[in-house]
Design a protein around this ligand. Sequence first.
Ligand SMILES: CCCSCc1cc(N)cc2c(=O)[nH]c(N)nc12
Ligand SMILES: [Zn+2]
Length: 372
Amino acid sequence: MTHFAFHLDATDTETAARAGRWETPHGVVDTPAFMPVGTLATVKGLLPEQLKATGAQMVLSNTYHLALRPGSDIVKEMGGLHKFMDWEGPILTDSGGFQVFSLAGLRKLTDEKAVFRSHIDGSLLELSPEKAVKIQEDLGADCIMCLDECPPANDVPEKIKAAVDRTTLWAKRCRDAQVRDDQALFGIVQGGISEEMRTRSAEGLVPLGFPGYAVGGLSVGEAPVDMYRTLDFTVPHLPVEKPRYLMGVGRPEDILEAVYRGIDLFDCVLPTRNGRNAMAFTSDGPVRLRNAVHQRDERPLDPECDCTACTRYSRAYLRHLFIAKEMLGGILLSLHNIAFYQKLVRDLRNAVNSGTVAQFRANQLARWQAQS
Ligand SMILES: CCCSCc1cc(N)cc2c(=O)[nH]c(N)nc12
Ligand SMILES: [Zn+2]
């Protein structure tokens, strides 16, 4: 693995927060980093140059969806994901397991593989560790994920344990199935909200020597306090010198709390999904643009934001676009929300470098809570 290096530039003195740089074959990722989700090889409604202008360096795509449509073979024939979607920066793909459990009609799950029905045409498909790696090698992302089993947060302990052990078994098979040497394969820690099971999962995965580790199995319905407590006893088991990725998280306050606990990488559909639904994250909390209160409001959405939506348009105009069902509304608000998340992680990086994370967290939470 000659193409990756993670440099820890600063670690906060009072908290587990850190700031670093992750070198990948398609460029450097400054951490903490937020990765916009482009499930079907597009961050919905945004051109790559618009995305780049927000400060986003790395984006996500989804193995399950792309394998079903257009097919990883076609993406490979077109030159791989970077060329296909014209994104020059680093790309991460998920392994597909999470979507098989959450989206597809799971038909059969054994240690060997998962058999499921496509949510598109109902055809019977199967996903094994070896197949998940092969699909991600064909797609050509820089960072790929092991096939894992993510149980519901409130599943019974025996099922959480079984998912941990299957995830470790599958991680070994994924590592042994790799052919390319220019992709970083991450192990995914499972274990629900149980300290014993999280420890079991980390102690099974860390000796396998992955170049980075993801914390999976969270943001699946557990209470925020349970997510934060789980991070408190999971992150210390992960190697300090390797990147840590918290999957599917989250709200701005969740990212704040997770950076505080030592997480480096994040992805979440909230900025783009909420943007398409007229909900904006701002420095003073959420703003719902369809609300009549904005009808004659000439102020910008967020005076502390320098994105296109906030520098060129009023709240009145943004509300008009949504009421008129104009597609520009969803585009502008997706752009703004991603710019908001990029500013949040940028401010957090600066707070780590200046040793002020605890103060930044207290001030930010007070400001957001004052509005809710
Ligand atoms: C493009 C989607 C990226 S993150 C999806 C995701 C989200 C959440 N919340 C958990 C998991 C998980 O436990 N395992 C896997 N593979 N993926 C997860
Ligand atoms: Zn903005």
